[in-house]
Design a protein around this ligand. Structure first.
Ligand code: M6R
Length: 606
């Protein structure tokens, strides 16, 4: 979703801003812009619909866009179409204030009706109301930028990360946040702000976290944080462990392929972080205790993370013996089911910033229920606001289509389930040699990824002309089918459904016609024959089928046989070909693999 970068103190901030925005491209956006100025010299606002490269060209056309202070933005449209007028930064009616914003202003209509004149508006965004509001308050009440901004924040409802420049105070940036992520970056002779550390990691690895309803004054010399009541807040900078190298594509053409191929290393990294030298699984005892005490686990997540939760449920029930429900965050928040007496909530989120999940966390925190966040991003909002965190240790995931985070989420949930099961003396956990089984997964992942799997040919034969497709399976294979279908549709735009294979005959089989592509996943002995008979049913109605089975269960004519792993870990292997199918189908169609249309990496609005 939208991205913010701000810098103050460098000889020329323009390149730092544009470079920072380019590191936020992965989040998804449709337009971009920057504002830069220097005390006593010219100021520049350059913005455009399109990509960062388009912005670079606009900057070149404008000529000599240099400045001591600046703010930049990538916009993912919520209010108003993607077009230059709606791109940020927005300037106030009197030209004094310039603002960038991430989030959604819920009461923008009320603000417009009460404070804003129609002739002030350049575009259709909610953000514009705020920059005019600040200017109007400052003008009419003769307040400083800081006081006017603070007052405006008491009027604004919704989610926001703001960075504000006042042309009358060219040596200061003001920032504020509520529900949307924002970090302050601290450097040797500059300071900055960003919605994601990746934006400024080439300049510094020191960041200060900002909490909701706080406002920060950023100058070259330092930062001061205060709450909206004016109370000063002291906070040290944290050193982030990501490096500029984590952003490098190396020899890869796309982040998605790089991240798919990183999965064996991620599995080994997870083992290194959660298994000790005595081969024992080590999880924070406070987490194990909290989960052990729960009478039911509620997993809350969205998209791919929700799919990982479905697989995690099986592990938590089998290894830890705790009934587990898996809920879509966007549904749970508004249709909360009857809860058990001692629930524990697990929030699964790669980014740790997903607004749908966060709104549930805020609610369960209010109700006093314990919460554990399983995330890839240390210090993310969901991590900070939950009682406990387990990290994925997967390294930054840049491609919008989540791949390594999915397998890491499943692996980390298995570690939690095993640790709790051992604590409770559950036989299934005692008999499960996690270290060996997960090491085997890493090795088998390697051997599959390095094998001659012919997936490009399979994709060509199955999907070249396809408008729609199906993945089918039972049990965990059904869970992976859901993820496989999401992957294919989100990047190749082929409409695809994941389906419980036994359920097809209850309606969906009506969609099968001559040459409809159907991929079947078969990794469990107890459902092998049943899924195969469902494959026959679709074949006899004209479907073009492709069976992906696991060693030991294969039959003649299976298109792909995956190396064998423990049944509980089968999703970690069976998802690999489906990720590659999505990748190759997208390449074949000439589409943007890493930045699919309409999507954002980190979905920070509800
Ligand atoms: O950061 P999160 O894991 O909370 O994100 C949840 C979903 O938005 C995300 O998994 C999305 O479905 C992916 N683009 C799928 O590839």
């Amino acid at each position: 979703m939208c991205g913010i970068v701000g810098l103050i103190g460098l000889e020329n901030v323009t390149e730092g801003l544009v470079n920072g925005l380019s590191h936020l491209e992965y989040r998804g956006y449709d337009s971009a812009g920057v504002y830069v100025d220097t005390p006593g010299a010219a100021s520049f606002t350059v913005k455009t619909k399109g990509r960062i490269n388009d912005l670079r060209q606009e900057i070149e056309k404008t000529g000599d866009v240099t400045g001591f202070r600046g703010i930049g933005h990538t916009r993912w449209a919520t209010h108003g179409k993607p077009k230059t007028e709606n791109a940020h930064p927005h300037t106030s009616y009197n030209g004094r204030f310039v603002l960038v914003h991430n989030g959604v202003i819920e009461n923008f209509k009320e603000i417009k009706d009460e404070y804003i004149k129609d002739e002030w508006l350049q575009g259709e965004t909610d953000t514009e109301m705020v920059v005019h509001l600040v200017a109007k308050i400052a003008e009419e009440e003769n307040l400083s930028a800081k006081e006017a901004f603070k007052k405006a924040l008491t009027i604004v409802d919704g989610s926001y990360a703001f960075a504000l420049a006042d042309k009358e105070e060219p040596e200061v940036l003001y920032v504020a946040k509520n529900k949307s992520p924002l970090l302050v970056a601290t450097g040797e002779d500059f300071n900055g702000v960003c919605s994601d550390a990746l934006a400024l990691i080439e300049l510094t690895n020191k960041f200060v976290e900002i909490k909701d309803k706080e406002m920060v004054t950023v100058t070259k010399a330092g930062i001061t944080i205060e709450d909206l009541a004016g109370q000063a807040q002291e906070r040290e900078a944290i050193e982030f462990s990501i490096t500029a190298n984590d952003l490098a594509l190396g020899t890869y053409e796309h982040y998605m392929l790089k991240e798919i191929e990183e999965q064996p290393a991620v599995m080994r990294n997870i083992l290194a972080n959660y298994v000790n030298e005595q081969d024992e699984v080590v999880v924070d005892p406070a987490i194990v205790e909290a989960v052990t005490e729960a009478d039911r686990i509620y997993i809350i997540a969205c998209g791919t993370s929700w799919h990982a939760g479905l697989v995690g449920k099986n592990m938590l029930e089998k290894l830890a013996g705790i009934p587990t429900e898996v809920h879509l965050a966007s549904e749970f928040g508004y249709n909360t089911p009857l809860l058990s007496e001692k629930p524990l909530f697990i929030y699964i989120s790669q980014s740790g910033e997903t607004a749908d999940s966060r709104q549930v966390l805020v609610k369960t925190n209010e109700l006093g229920y314990p919460a554990l966040t399983v995330t890839n991003v240390a210090g993310s909002t969901l991590s900070r606001e939950a009682n406990y965190t387990m990290l994925l240790h997967a390294g930054p995931e840049i491609a919008v289509a989540s791949t390594k985070a999915y397998t890491a989420q499943i692996a980390v949930l298995s570690i939690l389930a095993n640790a709790v099961g051992m604590q409770k003396g559950i036989t299934a956990a005692q008999n499960f040699n996690l270290k060996n089984e997960l090491s085997l997964v890493a090795n088998q992942m390697d051997s599959f990824l390095n094998s001659d799997h012919h997936l490009q040919t399979i994709v060509h034969d199955m999907l070249l002309e396809a408008r729609n497709a199906f993945y089918i399976g039972r049990g965990n294979d059904y869970c992976v089918s859901l993820e496989a279908a999401l992957k294919l549709k989100e990047i190749s735009y082929i409409q695809c459904e994941g389906f419980a294979s036994g359920e097809l005959k209850h309606g969906t089989i009506a969609l099968i016609e001559e040459n409809t592509p159907v991929f079947a996943l078969i990794t469990a002995a107890h459902t092998n024959l049943q899924t195969r008979s469902n494959v026959q049913e679709v074949e006899s109605r004209g479907a073009k089928t492709c069976i992906i089975s696991m060693e030991g269960l294969e039959q003649e004519h299976d298109a792909l046989v995956l190396p064998h792993v423990h049944e509980l870990y089968a999703p970690l292997i069976s998802v690999l070909p489906t990720q590659l199918i999505a990748y190759y189908a997208t390449l074949e169609r000439g589409l943007d693999v890493d930045k699919p249309r309409n999507l954002a990496k980190s979905v920070t609005v509800e």
